[in-house]
Design a protein around this ligand. Structure first.
Ligand code: AVJ
Length: 342
């Protein structure tokens, strides 16, 4: 039986905001201010990110897509090969046993995944796809699109947070190809990235594979332009985090007093995004009973985006429990798609 929800005053924070409140309190009261990158993705932030992926400076999405278009059939064949080597099993039987299934961490709207799914369907017909994402609306959109474009794909969506929660993937009588693409792993520092890989590894069996998409170290000017575009879409994306806190926490950020900063930290091998206060000021967040002091020039660190080399990818995967079998890249060596096996 259901009880009526308790009466809540209009000014009270919705329960969904409590994770945001905790993260904001922790990040903005620390000596070096920061906010977690997942706060970018409200409806407006997700829309702005989609716009970023279309920018001429933001080479990541289109480069990874081109790699998938060129290599998808070989990637699917290599996943079968890895399974064959570990288990001795051959191609799927007519009853469907031994079919390759695809699983995706942070599937989002799965726009690039369709290329790999289409290759799997070419190789074996019916293909199971398990998208995992925290955003129910993104998964719903992915499922809607795929149902129309690839009717031979069987969808098993799962709403879960692969960073904070243990994964629970159903057993399967054939190979699994896990996808962690789009440079999503780049938002995490080394230890957290290893933990994510181990969490995935625990759900896989010998001969299963992981396809990892990572951005590569390159010229500083190219990297910084990708995060500081001429149309200032990335600036809007960064500032939207403050707009979100104004709306959802009643915070008093004056957006005109914060500047978008994106710089490549070559020692740490990462792009760092910040919001820099142009003046000394106090920003009140009444719902958190906080007033946050800013000095002129003081910044909030909002994102890290790690850049890799073939060596650093191999080491990270090894620590996570995977061995690299194939590396696919573009002619300019801007982006790497790495296939690794358990
Ligand atoms: C979604 C994490 C891959 O780091 O390139 C794009 C996010 N931030 N522009 C990235 C992002 C600013 C993006 N990832």
């Amino acid at each position: 039986t259901f009880s009526a929800p308790p009466e809540t005053p209009a000014t009270a924070l919705a329960p969904a905001n409590s994770a945001i409140a905790a993260a904001v309190r922790e990040g903005l009261t620390a000596p070096r201010k920061s906010l977690p990158a997942w706060l970018f993705y409200d409806a407006e932030g997700s829309r702005l990110f989609e716009q970023i992926t279309l920018l001429p400076e933001y080479y990541l999405t289109r480069t990874e897509r081109a790699i998938f278009q060129a290599e998808a059939d070989r990637i699917i064949a290599a996943a079968f090969q890895s399974w064959h080597q570990a288990t001795g099993d051959g191609q799927p039987t007519p009853d469907g046993a031994g079919r390759l299934r695809l699983l995706e961490l942070g599937a989002g709207t799965a726009t690039k995944t369709g290329i790999l799914l289409a290759a799997a369907v070419r190789a074996q017909g019916e293909t199971e796809y398990l998208p995992i994402d925290v955003s129910e609306s993104a998964i719903a959109e992915a499922c809607l699109t795929l149902t129309e474009t690839l009717p031979q794909v069987n969808l098993q969506p799962q709403v879960a947070n692969y960073v904070t929660d243990d994964l629970a993937i159903a057993l399967h009588d054939g190979p699994t190809l896990a996808l962690y693409i789009g440079s999503s792993i780049g938002n995490f520092g080394h230890d957290e990235a290893v933990a994510i890989l181990r969490n995935l590894r625990a759900q896989l069996r010998p001969g299963d594979t992981l396809l990892l998409g990572t951005d590569l170290v390159k010229d500083t000017a190219i990297l910084e332009a990708a995060y500081c575009d001429a149309d200032r879409v990335t600036e809007a994306f960064n500032l939207n985090m403050l707009r979100r806190l104004n709306r959802e926490l009643g915070a008093g950020f004056d957006l005109s007093t914060f500047r978008h900063v994106a710089r490549y930290n070559r020692e740490a091998s990462r792009i760092e995004m910040h919001l820099r206060s142009t003046r000394t000021q106090q920003v009140s967040i009444p719902s958190l009973n906080l007033s946050i002091p800013f000095q002129a020039g003081e910044s909030i660190h909002t994102e890290n985006s790690y850049k890799f080399t073939p060596d650093s990818i191999r080491h990270l995967l090894r620590e996570g429990g995977f061995a690299v079998t194939h590396t696919y890249t573009d002619p300019q060596n801007y982006f790497a798609v790495t296939l690794a096996t358990v």
